[in-house]
Write a protein that binds this ligand. Sequence first.
Ligand code: GDP
Ligand code: IMO
Ligand code: MG
Length: 432
Amino acid sequence: MANVVVIGTQWGDEGKGKVVDLLTAHASRVVRFQGGNNAGHTLVVDGEKSIFHLIPSGILYPDKRCLIGNGVVVDPEVLLVEIIGLRKRGITVTPKRLGLSERAHLILPYHKAIDIAREKAKGKSKIGTTGRGIGPCYEDKVARVGIRTVDLTEPHVLKEKINANLEEKNFYLTNFLGAEPLEYQRIAERYLEIADQLSPFIVDVSLELDEAMERNENILFEGAQGTHLDVDHGTYPFVTSSNPVAANASIGTGIGPSRLDSIVGIVKAYTTRVGSGPFVSELTDETGHYLQKRGQEFGSTTGRPRRCGWLDMVVLRYSARINGITHLAITKLDVLTGLDSICLCTAYEHEGKMLENVPAKLSALNRCRPFYEEMDGWKEDISGAQLLEELPKNAQAYVKRIEGFVGAPVSIVSVGPGREQTILCANPFESG
Ligand code: GDP
Ligand code: IMO
Ligand code: MG
């Protein structure tokens, strides 16, 4: 039995969805533990592309169960759209296949309205959020005024809470943000309808996981976003409002940290970022455009172009430390094919000094310049490689360099978006 956590080591969109889909074959359950529908996880199976925002990326396996943990913020409208979308494709999403934690917090229309109005008010200094209401929902959770899925089972409690919250939110929306107020009746009626549709899915995720673990089943924990978007450990304030780091797999599902066995850090072979905030190895030149085009770097959630740059290994080493990474999965190696040479950022230069860590001070980070090591590229098509030895020598050297610098073994190398376009060196469920 083993429990494996998959997390992003950069700023999200590393290819977590693809890796989770692949590893689901070895687990009985896949569980999301944080974030919400700010996530966009892409899978390509038999040439068909699916993008999941809330439903765990294991849902394409008919015999696996998917769970949404207490740490996730759930926009019920988005969840229903995903369920209906899957059903239209012939994939049955019944309460037997999907469970939603009774303790997960719900996103309400006022969270989205606040998110959008705040970003507008910030103008140039905006965070570049996904506008999905993620931050305001987590704020309410911590302020102890949030609405949880369990409230859907008690209509009078649900109505009371919506009413109390809306009074305060409307005051803030209109008087401070200059936005339109929202109407109580419409929201209450809609959430009562939603309650009918979602109630059958509501379960105690913690208890279910504990029982599955007692039966020696393997559990896969699916992270969203990435370590450098973490509200504690990321490039604050240009972060999301949750903890995408591995430790939160425990809090966000209700199982003790001693039960997590392997932590798989997903590393895109170069770096991307959506939204604002520091990005030391960003390329705004032709090479940056090349990576964006070849890697099709456009957001899976908002469609925004992703900023691109060379692989930042300072960022990766930091992530290995914060998450306790036991395995690395390198994705999108094929995107680098065709480049004469490839740079790796191994340190930051700041006011004449070399830094080996990411500074917490934003003004310092903004002034950091990348220090690069250069390696020779390769021209051969690698998108069909099944073994590390089949990769050109220079591609192998690139993988080895990352492994050596970060200090964790590479278990997976992804050479294309398809499930089968993967080199599996070691199975994280078997090598804890
Ligand atoms: P996630 O948010 O971490 O799950 O990543 P996204 O799905 O947002 O973005 C990753 C994108 O890269 C998706 O379009 C994937 O289909 C694609 N992808 C994943 N692995 C590979 C790979 O090895 N090569 C290529 N070319 N594309 C990949
Ligand atoms: P996945 O799971 C990339 C970014 C947003 C913004 C910041 C805050 O697909 O890797 P938020 O809406 O969360 O308050 O926005 O975080 N962001 C992501 N960037 N991938 C994601 O998820 C992201 N989720 C949030 O672009 O900069
Ligand atoms: Mg994504």
